[in-house]
Design a protein around this ligand. Sequence first.
Ligand code: PRX
Length: 663
Amino acid sequence: MSDETLSNLLHEDRRFEPPADLAAHANVTAEAYARADADREAFWAEQAERLDWDQKWDRVLDWDDPPFAKWFVGGRINASYNCVDRHVAAGKGDKVALHWVGEPEDDARDITYAELKDQVSQAANALTDLGVQTGDRVAIYLPMIPEVVVAMLACARIGAPHTVVFGGFSSEALASRVADCEAKVIITSDGGYRRGAASALKPAVDEAVEKAAAQGQRVEKVLVVRRTGQDVDWDDSRDVWWHDAVEKASTEHECEFFDSEHPLYVMYTSGTTGKPKGILHTTGGYLVGTSYTHWAVFDLKADTDVYWCTADVGWVTGHSYMVYGPLSNNVTQVMYEGTPDSPHKGRWWEIVEKYGVTIFYTAPTAIRTFMKWGSDIPAKFDLSTIRVLGSVGEPINPEAYIWYRETIGASRVPVVDTWWQTETGQIMISPLPGVTAGKPGSAMTALPGVSADVVNDDGESVPNGSGGFLVLTKPWPAMLRTLWGDDERFKDTYWSRFAEEGFYFAGDGAKKDEDGDLWLLGRVDDVMNVSGHRLSTTEIESALVSHPKVAEAAVVGAADETTGQAVCAFVILRESALEGGEAAPDELIQELRQHVQKEIGAIAKPRQIMIVPELPKTRSGKIMRRLLKDVAENRDVGDVTTLADSTVMDLIKDKQTAGASED
Ligand code: PRX
């Protein structure tokens, strides 16, 4: 973030007080902060009482061997039981759990908690029949259909950690995740609907099974939901239809309770190297953290609210704030399969109106897209039921915040800007809608029971009005426990930067304003944030270099009006690729973009590729991405004195015309 933006943020003096009626009945009031500070463990133990435990814990937190935490030690719990069975037992079985909306119009289903319990039980029985045992990993590669929720809860029910892979990822990405966590079953579908058309998934799974086998992991069974009716290749010894295995299974399933620290899921996310990290979340603490924060941050009134989180279940937001948080809280929620503009740009607002959505949670990139499409579109719909608006995934710029509050929230609804990560599992920094006077663009303060700070290079807390690194200074219940199969990388990545202080280093820059409120400034490492999704520069560079015509590649995240950041690649071609002339044809650039899509997925496809003769490197050979970023953002190139060859930047700028823009 530039200095100019920083000083703009410092001069932001708009404040939005909580609406009086909301504050008067708020779930959480200002006293919670001090109470949690006085005795953090007692505070989290109190929140753990929200859940049903088969056996209570003996100890709230075991932090004897940092950074390996154990929460609610000795407790026994089942996540699936807490998300469905207990609500049915409490007489809430007829309540709608999911208002599911398919992308094709008139394709919708309401599923009650009692129905969800039956379906989860059937799927649990079916998975057991397929040979899945407690502790086995199951990969889930599904579109946004109810079966994905059923599949996740069924895995949780039998203690088989799931790893959900975003349906937009390629077969390569799926295969590497399957191989890394040694999943023996994949749950998928023939396809799903996106932008008005059926889009296939099963072929990618077939390829991934082969590729995983080449990496040493045999997938024994593939369970396939029929969603689109597309033709699929079928392997009788391996493939099983969901409607044969699950829908014919018994709806009776007695669930077992697991140790509080039993693994619940592994979610892969990009780090600073090419290899995605398997973030491990366990059961008890994760459920306490997500359940409490969902209730507190959105001021959830489960009996009357209709909640909608627009995130895909393939990301952590879909796990924490579509599945585990909301369902453990017995809310009625909307789940939508498709894109916001299908079949028209008012689709989301039409859904809000139809179901009377009261709490709406989305990402800044979506908000900016709607701003671009125009306020007249949401204005055609009745959005008056909305009472809390949430934002997640990247810093929300003040313009987008104000538009969101005014246009979607009728200038009266509080906006909660929630900062957290795949690793934190739960929201960490956010306003509380009944307490906080919100500032547009600020995530404000750490939630009760959470402890964050901004520190300098030496790990010292910076004074108000200054910036530095965001750290989390105390353990929290939903924290990641390790990286799947790699304790060393876990320690190195998050706990070595401020090892002496014992802080978790989040990888984000942040600033404290004059009141001590927090402003997130984006990543300080080689991680990009494109449409609120994490991508590593190295991962995309590796994908580019795997193309036979590419000799070297450097990738930067350049500022983008809609997606926050966009992938910009600088590529040096192999001599052989240049045969027949110097100028790189557009086709080659398109080919490289397609190649990245194939290797990782459409979200990683570079917006722009520049073919260059050289890359700017320091004398030790490190690529100076800062300079490439200047080029990608059309700025004057900064200080080049540490370059091994200071003329390189002139060569690159000369070639800058050879770009390709997004299709
Ligand atoms: O840089 C921060 C940004 O997203 C990163 C976490 O990405 P991921 O693990 O994919 O999780 C996204 C959904 C929780 C963070 O390190 N980020 C997330 N929320 C915000 C944010 N940056 C600023 N403000 C936020 N509210």
